[in-house]
Design a protein around this ligand. Structure first.
Ligand code: BG6
Length: 497
């Protein structure tokens, strides 16, 4: 695909995400010769910095670039840094953008970038609509001399109502096809590969339904706690931070029907349909039986004392924000009728891992009596991270007399494709937006459908009667009660540490 000449304007340019993800991703694209010939980045934020000071900060002195830049020559690095500029927007973003417009115009002339611009909103979400509004006031959203695109970071809304309000707000100034809602999980190679696994092979899709699948399990575990983000996290919690967006995006790719083709709208239409088919739980009893929340409590991990969630900086000592969420739900459509989905996400688990496990039904008739296989099911494991790959668990005969069956693995690891460079999520997504490809970005109706499912759970956890908050020791696989949730199917698969 072609990447036209363009400019990237980052709002929130002195923030953590810019330094940690955006600049390193741009740097990778630069090194891989993927940036257009005439290209320039303008960082915008409230700090008072010169262009030079900004370059020092996000390039030369950035700890996020040290590894990447240590073996490259100075001129090459300067070639990258010199394309970065900085503009101080004043005390808040709610101001007249005429100066910003002048700066953009002059950079456009200087670098001949044409009128194509991506605005990347990496500010607190409360500012998204304000920025869009202020841009429109000085006509920086008009497309008569080049396209304009808006990338919006998560969180997209705090509830169904706020997400709708935000969509409506942004749509006043930008058309839906100009808005790119980023979900970095969609930028992960292995997440995209779900589509290829399902729809380019003939051995999986025929089995991908209620006739052959017993249940589906998705685990997202992180070993870290809330790190320095206690203040943000305490107002969010696991369900908002991970489940509503990243995990439901994965669910939609597992659940969706085959799209007609691979165009953005063809795929996104099917994802919306998938999300809309999740059975919304409304009844308190149903919510009590199918959802579990918990918080990590202080513990010792490998000899080191680790704080409990309520003792973390920025967290209310009486906080009722969950750091663990597990939800069991059904999908009300032809393909998935009666198949339970179990999805869990948490901080401070024994290891960092994200995987999808498709559990197939056992053979209807057991021939090999007493064999271990009776205890085992066939599993397809899609390992999103780390050790990205696909594993199939199946039974083989143990050599010798009789029919003893043992489990064997067919494993594929991405790392075996040694010559392939796997782009980082942000890198891939930025490049897609630069080329106008929205396939891996969430559409307005998709985000709203996800909130529609999550909202009643959040409400129940907040206002329901006697809703339990369980505890789990930091470094454990969640609370024991979560085992009851999946009891009917057996137990959670806890990938080895
Ligand atoms: C972010 C969440 O969206 O995703 C973080 O806000 C979380 O809390 C992160 O740590 C996980 O991303 P990844 O790519 O490391 O799995």
């Amino acid at each position: 695909k072609k990447t036209e000449n363009q400019m990237l304007v980052i709002f929130g340019a002195s923030g953590d995400l810019t330094a940690r993800k955006l600049i390193p991703s741009l740097f990778n694209l630069y090194m891989a010769d993927q940036l257009p010939k005439n290209y320039v980045v303008l960082g915008v934020s409230r700090s008072n910095l010169s262009d030079e000071a900004y370059r020092e900060r996000v390039v030369y002195n950035s700890s996020f670039l040290t590894e990447k830049t240590k073996n490259i020559d100075e001129a090459k690095l300067k070639g990258f840094a010199d394309k970065l500029y900085y503009e101080d927007i004043g005390d808040d973003y709610d101001t007249d953008y005429s100066n910003l417009r002048k700066r953009v115009e002059s950079l456009k002339e200087k670098h001949n970038t044409s009128g194509n611009i991506i605005y990347y909103l990496s500010t607190p979400p409360t500012l998204y609509e304000t920025i869009a509004h202020r841009l429109s006031e000085v006509r920086m959203n008009t497309q008569n001399n080049g396209w304009k695109r808006l990338i919006v970071e998560k969180p997209f809304g705090y509830s169904l109502e706020t997400a709708k309000k935000l969509n409506k707000g942004l749509h006043q100034y930008f058309k839906e096809n100009q808005i790119y809602r980023i979900d970095h999980y969609l930028g992960k190679e292995t997440v995209q590969n779900l589509l290829v696994t399902r729809f380019s092979n003939s051995i999986f899709e025929p089995l991908w339904n209620r006739n052959y699948i017993q249940h589906v399990e998705i685990t997202n575990a992180e070993s870290v706690g809330v790190e320095k983000r206690g203040g943000y996290y305490d107002k969010s919690g696991a369900l908002r931070d991970m489940f509503q967006n990243h995990l439901l995006q994965i669910v939609s790719l597992v659940v969706m029907e085959p799209p007609i083709g691979s165009e953005a709208e063809e795929i996104r239409n099917e994802k919306v349909k998938a999300l809309k088919s999740l059975r919304i739980m409304t009844d308190e009893k149903e919510l009590a039986e199918n959802t579990i929340r918990a918080q990590y409590v202080g513990s010792t991990i490998k000899g080191e004392t680790v704080k409990g969630y309520r003792d973390e900086d920025g967290v209310d000592p009486n906080s009722t924000t969950e750091t663990y969420a597990a939800v069991k739900f059904y999908v009300d459509n032809w393909r998935w009728h009666g198949v339970p989905f179990y999805v869990r996400t948490a901080k401070r688990m024994p290891t960092k891992v994200t995987e999808i496990v498709i559990h197939f039904k056992k053979p209807h008739h057991q021939i090999f009596k007493g064999s271990e296989m009776q205890e085992m099911d066939n599993k397809l494991i899609v390992r999103i991270q780390p050790d990205e790959g696909i594993l199939i668990k199946f039974g083989v005969k143990v050599p010798g007399q009789g029919f003893k069956v043992e489990r064997a693995n067919l494993d594929f690891y991405y790392s075996s494709l040694v010559e392939t460079y796997v782009m980082e999520a942000y890198e891939r997504l930025l490049l897609d937006c630069m080329q106008g490809d929205a396939t891996l970005y969430a559409r307005a109706d998709e985000v709203e459908a996800a909130w529609e499912f999550v909202d009643p759970i959040l409400n129940y956890w907040k206002n329901g009667k006697d809703v339990r908050m369980y505890g789990y020791g930091a470094g454990a696989w969640g609370p024991e009660n979560a085992d009851d949730l999946i009891e009917e199917e057996g137990y959670w698969r806890n990938p080895s540490e």
